[in-house]
Design a protein. Structure first.
Lengths: 302, 355
C-alpha cells in the first residue's frame, strides 16, 4: 500500500499564502509603493535642491503647468507620438513580411529563427551603444561603408542632424524589435488553418486575395496584440534615446520618458516629473485595456 | 464539365514515394472514387489535380488543357476539404459567395446563386450565421454549397464525410449521391471507407503504396478483385484468406483438411479467399467442413460466426434467426462460384479454371 496523504488542514491552506507572500512583498516594495509615492509627489512641489521634501501641496498645478507653460513637454509628446506611430508601422510591416517568408518552413527556418532571437536578446542600451558607434562620423561602420559606396554620404554627422538623429533611433528600435514580433507572427500564421488558405486558392483567389481575405482576417487578433504591445513599448522608450542621442540634438529626439528623466534628475523637479509620468499612464492604460481585451478575448461564436 | 487524364503521374518527397508513375483516365461526368488506406497516395493524387501539390513527374490534363503549370485558381475546380476549410470570419452566405466574388461574378448574380446553392443543401435559414455556430453536418453542407455554387469543370472531395458521426455519414452519403446525380459534373472523391466507395462510385480506383491496384466498377472490385489487397480491403467483414495448397483440383488447408474442389494445376502454396456472405452455415456434417464456433455475434440484421478453422479463424455470416453457442460445432459450405485463389508471394489473383 502506498502512503495515503493526510487531508489538507487549515495550516496547509494558510501555507500557500505564506509561500507567495515574499513575492507579493517584493512587488509591493518595488512597484506598488513607488507608484503610490510618485502619484503623491505629483501633487506637491518636489524639488531636490531644497532641504525638505516634498515641499508645498500644489494640487493639480504640476499637471496644468505641463499643459500650459512647458513647450518642451509638448515637444516630447510630439516626438513620442511620431516615434510610436513610425516604429509601430515599420516594425509590424517588416515583421509581418518576414513572418510570411519564414512561415512555410524549410531547411533554413530553424537556423534563421535562432539568429532572429539575437537582436531581441540584446539589451536596448547595448543596441543604443552599438548603433551610436556605427553612426560615428569618423570611425563608424556607416562612415566606412559610404566612404566606399557613396562618398558624399560618408561624412554626414548622423546624430547631429535633428531629422537624421530621429531616423537613427527609429532604425535602432525597429531593428531590435522586428525579430521578436516576427516570431510572434510566425506563431500566429501557424494557427491559421491551412485548409482555409487552400480552399481560397481553389475557390479562385490570387495570392494577394488569399492573404487579404483569408489569412489577414484570421491573423487579426495576433496582429492586434503585436501592434498594441509594440505601441506600449514605443511609448515608454528610453534606453536607446538615452544612449544614442540623449534627446538631442537640442530636444529633437526627446521622448516623454527622457523628458521625465531630465526634469527629475538634471533639474531636480521630482514633483513635476512625477505628474508628467502620470500623464503618460493615461495612453498606456488605454492600450493595456485593449491588449487585455485581445489577449483574453473569448470566442463568441456568433 | 470535362474529363481528367493523368499521365505517368509521380510524386516523391526525397526517398518517399507518394504516387508512383500512375496513369488514369476519368471520364466526363463520372464519379470516380480513389480508395485506399491512409498513406496510399489517394489524397496526394487529388491534391495534384487541384494544384495544391506539384507533381514530381507526369502530366495532368483537365479537358483538353494540360494544367501542370496552372495555379489552383486557374484550374476551374471546386474542392471539399476533410476539415471543410470554411472561412471562420465570414458568414455562411459569404463563405458560399466567395468563389463567385473572387471570380468577378456580377453582384446581381451572386445572391440568387448563393440562395439556390444553400437551398440545395438545405441551409437557407443559416445564411447569416458564422461557421462556428453550426454543427459538423451543417458545416459539411456549407462546404458542399461553396463547391456547387459555381459550375466548375471538376469536383474534388477529400474524405468529406470522415469527420461526421456514423449516423450522419449515412444520411450525407445519400444526399451526396443524389446531388452528384443531379449535377452531373466529373467528380473525384477520396475516401478510406469502402462502403462510401461502393455506394457512391461509378468506378473505383483502389490504391496502395502509391499504385492503383485495380480500377473498376464497384461490382468489379467486389466480385472480381485483382489481387489479395483489393479482396481484403473491400467488404465488411473482410474477405477470409485461408492458407493452404492445391492438390489434384482440391484446396487443402494448411492443417490438411480437404476443403473444396477448385480445379486447376497443383500448387504447393496458395491462399483461398472467401467472403463471409459466400459461406453458408449448416448442421454439423452437412457442410464442406465441420468447425467449432470461437465466437457468435448477433448484429441484428444477420449473425457473424467466427469459427476455428485449423489454426486460423474465419468469419461466416449466418441467417439473422440463427442461434448458436460458443464451442458448438457447425458445418460450413462454401459457394463454389465465389471463391478466389491468390498467390501467397505476390498476392496476385490466380484465375481458376477457364475464367
Amino acid at each position: 500500500m502506498s502512503h495515503i496523504p493526510p487531508m489538507p488542514t487549515m495550516r496547509d491552506r494558510t501555507l500557500k499564502y505564506l509561500l507567495v507572500l515574499p513575492a507579493v512583498l517584493v512587488v509591493f516594495a518595488t512597484a506598488v509603493w513607488p507608484l503610490i509615492e510618485s502619484l503623491r509627489f505629483s501633487f506637491y512641489q518636489g524639488r531636490t535642491d531644497r532641504g525638505d521634501f516634498p515641499q508645498n501641496w500644489l494640487g493639480f498645478e504640476n499637471y496644468t503647468w505641463a499643459f500650459l507653460y512647458e513647450p518642451p513637454f509638448w515637444n516630447s509628446v510630439y516626438v513620442t507620438g511620431l516615434y510610436t506611430v513610425v516604429t509601430v508601422v515599420l516594425t509590424t510591416a517588416f515583421a509581418l513580411g518576414l513572418a510570411m517568408l519564414l512561415a512555410p518552413g524549410g531547411k533554413l527556418r530553424s537556423g534563421v529563427q535562432t539568429l532572429l532571437i539575437l537582436p531581441f536578446a540584446m539589451s536596448p542600451a547595448l543596441i543604443g551603444v552599438s548603433f551610436r558607434f556605427m553612426f560615428n562620423p569618423e570611425f563608424g561602420l556607416f562612415d566606412a561603408f559610404f566612404g566606399v559606396v557613396f562618398p558624399p554620404l560618408a561624412d554626414v554627422s548622423w546624430l547631429a542632424n535633428p531629422d537624421l538623429a530621429f531616423a537613427v533611433i527609429v532604425m535602432a528600435d525597429v531593428w531590435g524589435w522586428i525579430p521578436f514580433l516576427t516570431l510572434v507572427l510566425i506563431g500566429g500564421l501557424a494557427s491559421v488553418p491551412q485548409d482555409t488558405i487552400e480552399a481560397a486558392q481553389v475557390d479562385g483567389a490570387s495570392g494577394w486575395r488569399v492573404f487579404k481575405d483569408v489569412t489577414l482576417p484570421q491573423l487579426l487578433p495576433v496582429l492586434a496584440v503585436v501592434i498594441i504591445l509594440k505601441a506600449i513599448f514605443s511609448l515608454k522608450t528610453f534606453d536607446q534615446v538615452f544612449m544614442l542621442t540623449n534627446g538631442g540634438p537640442g530636444t529633437a529626439t526627446q521622448t516623454l520618458s527622457h523628458y521625465i528623466y531630465i526634469t527629475s534628475t538634471r533639474y531636480g523637479q521630482v514633483g513635476y516629473a512625477a505628474s508628467v509620468a502620470w500623464l503618460m499612464v493615461i495612453p498606456m492604460m488605454v492600450l493595456t485595456y485593449f491588449y487585455a481585451k485581445f489577449v483574453f478575448k473569448k470566442d463568441d461564436g456568433a | 464539365m470535362a474529363e481528367i487524364r493523368l499521365k505517368n503521374l509521380t510524386k516523391r518527397w526525397g526517398d518517399f514515394i507518394g504516387v508512383d508513375d500512375q496513369s488514369l483516365d476519368i471520364h466526363d461526368e463520372e464519379f470516380l472514387v480513389l480508395l485506399g488506406p491512409s498513406g496510399c497516395g489517394k489524397t496526394t493524387t487529388m491534391r495534384m489535380i487541384a494544384g495544391l501539390e506539384d507533381p514530381t513527374a507526369g502530366e495532368i490534363w483537365i479537358g483538353d488543357r494540360m494544367v501542370n503549370d496552372d495555379l489552383p485558381k486557374d484550374r476551374d475546380v471546386a474542392m471539399v476539404f476533410q476539415n471543410y476549410g470554411l472561412y471562420p470570419h465570414m458568414t455562411i452566405y459569404d463563405n458560399i459567395a466567395y468563389p463567385l466574388k473572387v471570380r468577378g461574378t456580377p453582384k446581381a448574380d451572386i445572391k440568387p446563386r448563393v440562395e439556390r446553392a444553400a437551398e440545395q443543401v438545405e441551409l437557407t435559414e443559416f445564411l447569416h450565421r458564422k461557421p462556428k455556430a453550426l454543427s459538423g453536418g451543417q458545416r459539411q453542407r456549407v462546404a458542399l454549397a461553396r463547391a456547387i455554387v459555381r459550375t466548375p469543370k471538376v469536383f474534388l472531395m477529400d474524405e468529406p464525410l470522415s469527420n461526421l458521426d456514423a449516423k450522419l455519414r449515412v444520411t450525407m452519403r445519400a444526399e451526396l449521391k443524389h446531388l452528384s446525380r443531379a449535377l452531373q459534373i466529373t467528380t473525384v472523391y477520396v475516401t478510406h471507407d469502402q462502403i462510401e466507395a461502393m455506394t457512391l462510385a461509378d468506378r473505383v480506383a483502389v490504391m496502395r503504396h502509391g499504385i492503383i491496384q485495380q480500377l473498376g466498377t464497384p461490382d468489379d472490385i467486389y466480385n472480381d478483385p485483382a489481387n489479395m489487397f483489393v479482396a481484403g480491403f473491400i467488404g465488411s467483414p473482410a474477405m477470409n484468406l485461408i492458407n493452404g495448397s492445391v492438390q489434384s483440383g482440391m484446396f487443402i488447408t494448411t492443417g490438411g483438411t480437404k476443403l473444396v474442389g477448385i480445379g486447376g494445376p497443383d500448387r504447393e502454396s496458395a491462399i483461398l479467399g472467401v467472403r463471409a456472405d459466400d459461406m453458408s452455415v449448416h448442421d454439423a456434417g452437412e457442410g464442406d467442413i465441420d468447425v467449432t464456433i470461437y465466437a457468435f455475434e448477433n448484429t441484428g440484421e444477420s449473425t457473424l460466426l467466427t469459427v476455428q478453422w485449423g489454426k486460423q479463424r474465419v468469419i461466416a455470416r449466418g441467417d439473422r434467426h440463427l442461434r448458436k453457442e460458443q464451442d458448438d460445432v457447425v458445418g460450413i459450405k462454401l459457394n463454389p462460384d465465389h471463391l478466389y485463389l491468390f498467390d501467397p508471394e505476390s498476392g496476385d489473383r490466380i484465375r481458376m479454371g477457364g475464367a
